[in-house]
Ligand binder design. Structure first.
Ligand SMILES: C[S@@+](CC[C@H](N)C(=O)[O-])C[C@H]1O[C@@H](n2cnc3c(N)ncnc32)[C@H](O)[C@@H]1O
Length: 206
């Protein structure tokens, strides 16, 4: 590839990223990730007034912002992250490591046995640069999220999860197919230039 086309590719990459960063600033979202959820929701109508949902790996909070706005006062958003998150109106948040049993128990107490319409999970570990262990750690979080979804979603509920295509991806999809009526992939515009990340959407929990 010539230097010129390389640099124009780099420019395009920056430009596309900047576009969403600027939009997020203008629209008052804490992260450009907001547009991934908005785009998926536009197509799949996951969140509507009254939706009760959990947001796993919620910080800095742009998905929670989108979810709370769409679910409205008749809905409820329960959010969790290992990092602190500034309060979002209409969102109940706890800080803790989702891998720890007592954190899960605390989150379940917050839900108070309310069956969920939707679980959204954008959790991703800090990347170490070692592709094998990063993939394994990421997949483990996705597996925990799937367990959680299978226990707390109502029949007919949906699960949206970020995964990285790599070792274990096919097996994970197969596990989702065992729990949901349909499993589809989603690759929103705002995530176009991002590594191997893809969103899996399970609908119609059995
Ligand atoms: C890509 S960010 C989420 C962005 C968020 N959806 C938003 O729109 O603002 C991934 C999040 O996963 C969280 N995370 C990673 N490991 C976690 C764990 N073990 N327990 C809870 N959260 C975790 C990180 O702290 C980080 O905030």
């Amino acid at each position: 590839m010539s230097a010129r086309s390389k640099s124009s590719k780099a420019w395009l990459h920056e430009h596309v990223n900047d576009h969403y960063v600027h939009m997020a600033q203008k629209d008052g979202y804490r992260a450009r990730a907001a547009y991934k959820l908005l785009e998926i929701n536009e197509k799949d109508k996951l969140i509507k007034p009254g939706t009760i949902l959990a947001d796993l790996g919620s910080a800095p909070g742009s998905w929670s912002q989108v979810a709370a706005k769409l679910a409205g006062p008749s809905g409820a958003v329960f959010a969790l992250d290992i990092l602190p998150m500034e309060a979002v109106n209409g969102v109940s948040f706890i800080q803790g490591d989702f891998r720890e049993n007592d954190v899960l128990a605390q989150f379940e107490t917050l839900l108070n046995n309310r069956p969920l319409d939707l679980v959204i999970c954008d959790m991703a570990p800090n990347m170490s640069g070692n592709a094998v262990s990063d993939q394994a750690r990421s997949l483990y979080l996705c597996e925990l999220a799937l367990d959680f979804a299978s226990q707390h979603l109502k029949t007919g509920g949906s699960f949206l999860v970020k995964v990285f295509q790599g070792a274990g991806y096919q097996e994970y999809m197969a596990a989702m197919r065992g729990i949901f009526g349909t499993v589809q992939t989603r690759k929103p515009e705002a995530s176009r230039n991002r590594s191997s990340e893809i969103y899996l959407l399970g609908k119609n929990k059995r």
